[in-house]
Ligand binder design. Structure first.
Ligand code: B12
Length: 210
């Protein structure tokens, strides 16, 4: 797998879309689409992010890698599964920043696992709080990749709870991976390391709500 990740990363960095598609297909010979995303796409993008931080790749390469991977994920992950479950009203959002791929994956995995949820796209705090109240959302999943965005979760949580919204908030993304206390500090109810965690978290809350 390590070698495949390296070749995939190289194809992204050299903007070789055809090779990236071929390697992603190759990974799916032994893995489900979501496993291929989690085990190939996510580590390759993380390595590219680290290389950018170290100054060895340009932001344009990071950007195009993200775009190529969005295409792959879009094609590979199903939008829906007919076998829906009895579930709380749920929504997913990217709060404030422009890193959308993680949310896209979590959304697909949730839907593929049988969960129906609103996709709010990208929102700022004010709009998000209003939408959650209007839609009577009980489970809110928030994805962020920038620390300033992660800190805004606290405002969302405080404002919703002040207006007596009975809500569970699950968070994920890079800042929460780097600081394992952060999700509690910003008033979330749970944090997930991967897209697969999201379905488990909501399942657990459903059992608690019964
Ligand atoms: C691709 C990328 C971009 C692309 C985004 C393209 C797109 N459409 O998404 C572009 C080029 C636009 C970009 C721009 C910038 N980026 Co950028 N980017 C990245 C990079 C390399 C990969 C991100 C990614 O897509 N990863 C793959 C996805 C699938 O992973 P993920 O989001 O973490 O999601 C997984 C899990 O976290 C989890 N998950 C995610 N959300 C949730 C939610 C729930 C509820 C659950 C349970 C789980 C969960 O499941 C997902 C699947 O496993 C990261 C590096 C990194 N280590 O994250 C930097 C990174 C996030 N970027 C960074 C920065 C600084 C920037 C810029 C400011 C750069 C600049 N100087 O302009 C801008 C800011 C844009 C903005 N305002 O938002 C920093 C953020 C630092 C910080 N924490 O504050 C990082 C960490 C790079 C670094 N090491 O410094 N970036």
């Amino acid at each position: 797998m390590e070698e495949l990740i390296e070749r995939f990363r190289e194809s992204l960095e050299s903007l070789d879309r055809i090779q990236a598609h071929a390697l992603f297909k190759q990974a799916q010979l032994g893995l489900t689409p979501i496993e291929a995303v989690e085990q190939l796409v996510v580590p390759a993008l993380n390595q590219i992010g680290a290389a950018w931080q170290a100054g060895s790749v340009a932001l344009s390469q990071v950007y195009m890698s993200g775009r190529f991977c969005e295409e792959l994920v879009e094609q590979a992950l199903p939008f829906s599964d007919p076998d829906r479950k009895n579930q709380p009203r749920s929504a997913i959002v990217v709060l404030s920043d422009y890193h959308l791929l993680g949310k896209r994956i979590v959304y697909s995995v949730m839907r593929a696992s049988g969960f129906e949820l609103f996709d709010y796209g990208r929102m700022e705090v004010d709009e998000l709080v209003e939408r959650v109240l209007i839609d009577n959302v009980q489970v809110l999943l928030i994805s962020v990749l920038m620390l300033p965005s992660a800190l805004k979760v606290r405002e969302v949580s405080e404002r919703l709870r002040a207006r007596r919204a009975s809500i569970k908030i699950g968070v994920g993304g890079a800042p929460f991976l780097l600081d394992d206390q952060l999700w509690q500090e910003v008033g979330a109810d749970a944090m997930g390391h991967s897209a697969a965690d999201a379905a488990g978290i909501v399942q657990r809350w459903m059992e608690e709500m019964r």
